[in-house]
Ligand binder design. Structure first.
Ligand SMILES: [Zn+2]
Length: 163
């Protein structure tokens, strides 16, 4: 019988559909795992409202963990928890480092953003770490990201927006 911690480790093998370099645990999507005699219950909080990836995440969790739950004679449910709302503050620090290595400028913190009256903190170029960068488009490859260009090395890159 797997413990809730074992299930959490298995969830670390489920990649985020939009940012495959991160798993759903690093993204801060997984709220908790309960394991009873008859069921494994995973609760997740959707990231960006209306992000089509959310259904994909629930489906991926069901298809990857479902067969293992079945082995133990259990059902697997994925519950969506909408409050409190997901925030990029829930990304782990290692997730932010990974994003930068992957070429995506990670989000700042919502506390910094509030201190700047809602403006995004300085977005650092993931390639040369330069701080002179310009917003090209509010929407990058997905609605969750904005498109930037570095003024120093001219590298175009996505910035994971802080929300
Ligand atoms: Zn640069």
């Amino acid at each position: 019988m797997r413990s809730p911690d074992d299930w959490l480790l298995l969830l670390e093998e489920v990649p985020d559909p939009e940012i495959p370099v991160l798993n759903v645990v690093e993204m801060g999507i997984v709220r908790g795992v309960k394991s009873t005699d008859s069921a494994v219950e995973v609760s997740i909080t959707p990231t960006y409202m209306g992000c089509p990836a959310m259904d994909a995440i629930a489906d991926d969790i069901r298809s990857q963990l479902g067969p293992m739950a079945e082995e133990e004679g259990k059902s697997l449910t994925v519950d969506l928890v909408y409050a409190p709302a997901w925030t990029t503050d829930w990304l782990t620090d290692s997730a932010k480092d990974k994003l930068e290595r992957y070429g995506i400028a990670p989000p700042g913190t919502t506390a910094d953003k509030r201190a700047l009256n809602g403006a995004d903190p300085v977005v650092r170029c993931p390639r040369c770490k330069g701080k002179q960068t310009s917003l090209v488009s509010l929407f990058g490859s997905t609605a969750c990201k904005a498109h930037y260009r570095c003024d120093d090395c001219a590298e175009p890159f996505d910035h994971f927006k802080c929300i």
